[in-house]
Design a protein around this ligand. Structure first.
Ligand SMILES: Nc1nc2c(c(=O)[nH]1)N[C@H]1C(S)=C(S)[C@@H](COP(=O)(O)OP(=O)(O)OC[C@H]3O[C@@H](n4cnc5c(=O)[nH]c(N)nc54)[C@H](O)[C@@H]3O)O[C@H]1N2
Ligand SMILES: Nc1nc2c(c(=O)[nH]1)N[C@H]1C(S)=C(S)[C@@H](COP(=O)(O)OP(=O)(O)OC[C@H]3O[C@@H](n4cnc5c(=O)[nH]c(N)nc54)[C@H](O)[C@@H]3O)O[C@H]1N2
Ligand SMILES: [Mo]
Length: 757
């Protein structure tokens, strides 16, 4: 059906993803954000051996790539940071905080880069400039007078290893293990589920594995938007005639067909390459059922033709196979079909392709993790891989698509609310103080403690905490109840404006900028999705002379708060090599850290499963039996739909670059609900009708009203709306109990014509 002309801003997108459209979008992003176009040179230095790491995503770099790796959304992330727009003290003098709170998220960040350290002045309801040292002294005074377990530390995954390491040292020096981080909101099920299955909470594949794989199964991620550099890899895989099986409730354009902007011939000829060889329109929340179906069919093939299971691998390297087998035999095809939304025939064909491949990679993202059963979902994917020994061999393995560019590194260097005893012992031995051992808060627990008034202070190393979390009705007032909030950021956002009794806003250097300490240019380090650690050094002049680096700001607060500790904070920030020396002494895997990051491309952290070593308690990889197939909540009411909250193509998390979502055919607006033709019809609704969405079983009224229903290629029973707007529908309690991640992709809702209820 053509939607042309029917509903404002909604059009069919018919072209391949990528291609010239991507180049045009890049040119627009540059024009809107940069006055004089240093941008091209900035882009050229992205993800190059001697350049800076792209703040866009955590997909790894090609080794020593000769020409720059073009990526539309990387370009947007870079130009958004390297913008010539500024949010100066004059802007803050002219606008009260109440006034700014009325602006959209897009407008707030679009004021540009923060230029001065600021303090909230209640009398005038404005932010005013403050001297760095004055601010640090006052923060120290407040923090020293609080119970440290009432102080919360949030890390958004852009912070470098060096900044994050100092941040955890600061918190632990104070006596807190409260480390909310954005990993709690995206890959916590990976961090909890993978160690239980294979002994380590990280992916096992490298880029080279994609050159050797014989099959890729992509589950619940949208790389055309969120990891565009991965599209180059998938494009090459597809051109090698390797099948790519996609499980996704939405027909995402880039997973269907893609023109690689790096490919001269394709660009010149307006050619393109199909990506998914088979697109499986699974129901949202149907992945456990679908994977069980595939495994059941694999067992049947083994019975029929044999040679399908890797018996050696199962016997030598795993536990629990018989229990899994019994469960699969006992699981009926009718329930598998009902819950997955896929036919037995389709799942058997997946099993046949899987049985044929000698090396399979499974890639996955938020469609797997952001569920009540997120942890079990991750473990189900491991089960499937283990049946054919697809771990610890070339061309095979598990590949979680991480979010923020250094979210994995932050965790590696100690941002965790549950530190290991060995790490704490190392800190004590090397740093000379006793860190707290009791588990602290994760992101949702942090907010819950703030809601009940049990927590008094929040220090944020980047991010937009209150907007990233679900349930603004609970979270926004909780921010205002605090005694103290401190935000280290590059741009203004809503969390900064939800002011506490005292609030400080500290502007920091971004990735693209030159970081001079004592006249010496510093490099920071980051870890990508594939455990490669490498250096990043910005070159652009800082957005303002008043900016400080993240490590310097953290060190400033720490030294003012903890003068009694035997740590030379100032000395550490004078050369980041000194911070890296401490990381090397306290965290395994960083031997010769400073030497190895000086080699272009950096080094890989140890990943025992790649050598078939399983650091689980049993020393083996563990099969896992998920009871039943009901992945999340079950409401046997056909009127209740499962809502997924999604990113548009023109946003980076809570940063909204523009109101367009090109590949899904939405332009100039975000107030839409993606819904199938069947579900529209069942409700007597038509494409373009205004609807209200209400969460069921929330225990209170949670509504998102006057949203335009947009007919979309989406599996019946599943609907989609944009994040963060739709966060008003997600209760803070709606989490995966194993990992604590909010079930952002599994909200039970009812959709009705607007104004009826
Ligand atoms: N440009 C850009 N890049 C980004 C980000 C950004 O916002 N913008 N964010 C970064 C961050 S922090 C992260 S965590 C990653 C996120 O990257 P993704 O993991 O790609 O995250 P989402 O956009 O939330 O997309 C989820 C996809 O999962 C599908 N899905 C939803 N529910 C289900 C389900 O139940 N089953 C299955 N099989 N599929 C489902 C949706 O249809 C959608 O295609 O991207 C990172 N990169
Ligand atoms: N409904 C719903 N909610 C979600 C999700 C979802 O899929 N659905 N996804 C979740 C996920 S995966 C994530 S990761 C979170 C994202 O949560 P966050 O990481 O908290 O949010 P961001 O939007 O990435 O943060 C944007 C802010 O970071 C600051 N910033 C940018 N660059 C830098 C820098 O270099 N240094 C510093 N210090 N600050 C910087 C800027 O001030 C900017 O305003 O949201 C989560 N929330
Ligand atoms: Mo994320």
């Amino acid at each position: 059906m053509s939607k042309e002309g029917k509903v404002d801003g909604i059009r069919d997108y018919k072209a391949p993803a990528g291609g010239w459209g991507a180049l045009k979008a890049t040119a627009n992003a540059i024009r809107e954000q940069m006055e004089n176009v240093d941008a091209v040179t900035t882009l050229l230095r992205t993800n190059q051996p001697d350049g800076f790491d792209c703040p866009g995503c955590a997909w790894p770099d090609k080794k020593h790539h000769a020409t720059f790796e073009f990526c539309e959304n990387g370009a947007k992330a870079v130009t958004w940071e390297a913008t010539s727009k500024r949010a100066t003290p004059e802007l803050f003098a002219a606008h009260t905080v109440s006034d700014l709170l009325n602006r959209s998220d897009h407008e707030l960040e679009n004021y540009g880069r923060l230029t001065n350290p600021l303090v909230y002045d209640r009398a005038s309801d404005t932010f005013k400039p403050v001297a760095w040292e004055t601010a640090f002294e006052r923060i120290g005074e407040v923090l020293r007078n609080l119970d440290p377990t009432q102080v919360e530390f949030y890390t958004s995954g852009r912070a470098s290893n060096e900044a994050a390491y100092l941040f955890q040292l600061f918190a632990r020096g104070l006596g807190s293990n409260n480390f909310a981080d954005c990993s709690n909101l995206c890959h916590e099920p990976t961090s909890v589920g993978l160690p239980r299955s294979i002994g380590i909470g990280k992916g096992t594949v490298s880029l080279e594995d994609f050159d050797q794989c014989e099959l890729v199964i992509s589950v619940g991620h949208n790389p055309g938007t969120n990891h565009p550099r991965m599209m180059g890899t998938l494009h090459e895989v597809s051109r090698r005639k390797v099948p790519i099986l996609v499980f996704n409730p939405i027909r995402e354009r880039a997973l269907e067909i893609f023109a690689d902007p790096q490919n001269m011939v394709e660009m010149a000829t307006y050619g393109s390459t199909p990506i998914a060889s088979t697109y499986l329109d699974v129901k949202a929340g149907g992945d456990v059922a679908a994977i069980k179906g595939v495994m059941k069919a694999v067992l049947a093939l083994e019975e029929r033709v044999g040679g399908v299971l890797d018996h050696d691998f199962i016997a030598t390297h795993t536990n629990g196979f018989e229990a899994l087998k019994a469960d699969l035999i006992a699981t009926d095809w009718t329930v598998i079909e009902h819950h997955s939304g896929l036919t037995r025939d389709a799942l058997e064909r997946v099993a046949a392709a899987y049985a044929k491949s000698n090396a399979t990679i499974i890639t996955y993202g938020m469609g797997i993790t952001q569920h009540n059963a997120g942890t079990e979902n991750v473990r189900s994917l491991c089960n499937l891989l283990m049946l054919r020994g697809n771990l610890g061999k070339p061309g095979a393995g598990i590949c979680p698509l991480r979010g923020h560019s250094n979210v994995q590194g932050n965790r590696t260097v100690g941002i965790t609310e549950k530190p290991s005893a060995s790490f704490l012992a190392k800190i004590e031995q090397v740093m000379g103080f006793k860190p707290p051992a009791a588990a602290g808060h994760n992101a949702v627990q942090t907010m819950q403690a703030m809601v009940t008034g049990n927590s008094k202070a929040l220090i944020c190393l980047g991010g937009n905490f209150a907007v990233a979390l679900p349930d603004p009705e609970r979270c926004f007032p909780a921010m205002k109840q605090l005694d103290l909030s401190v935000h280290i950021g590059t741009k203004l956002n809503r969390s900064h404006l939800l002011v506490a009794k005292e609030t400080y806003l500290f502007p920091c250097l971004g990735r693209t900028e030159l970081d001079l300490q004592n006249g010496i240019a510093q490099a920071i380090t980051v870890e990508d999705s594939m455990s490669m650690v490498h250096a990043s050094s910005g070159r652009l002049p800082p957005a303002s002379e008043h900016l400080r680096s993240e490590p310097a700001i953290v060190a400033g607060m720490a030294s003012a708060t903890l003068p009694h500790l035997p740590i030379e904070w100032q000395d550490l920030t004078e050369h980041y090599d000194r911070i890296r020396d401490l990381i090397e002494k306290t965290i395994p895997g960083f031997d010769d850290y400073n030497q190895r990051i000086r080699v272009p491309g950096g080094f890989r952290l140890p990943l025992p499963p790649t050598e078939r070593i399983w650091p689980t308690p049993s020393g083996k990889a563990e099969f896992y039996v998920y009871p039943g197939v009901d992945e999340d909540w079950v409401v046997e009411d056909p009127d209740v739909l499962r809502l997924m909250t999604l990113r548009s193509h023109d946003q980076y998390n809570t940063t909204i670059y523009s109101m367009d979502d090109r590949y899904r055919g939405v332009f100039g607006r975000r107030d839409v609900l993606f819904i199938s033709a069947e579900d529209l019809q069942a409700r007597g609704l038509a494409h373009g009708d205004l609807v209200d969405i209400e969460t069921v079983h929330a225990g209170r009224r949670m509504r998102y009203e006057k949203i335009t229903a947009v007919e979309h290629k989406i599996t019946p029973g599943s609907v989609g709306a944009y994040y963060p707007e739709a966060n008003c529908l997600i209760a803070l309690e709606n989490i995966d109990p194993q990992s604590g991640i909010p079930a952002y992709k599994s909200v039970p809702v009812r959709v009705t014509r607007s104004g009826l209820n």
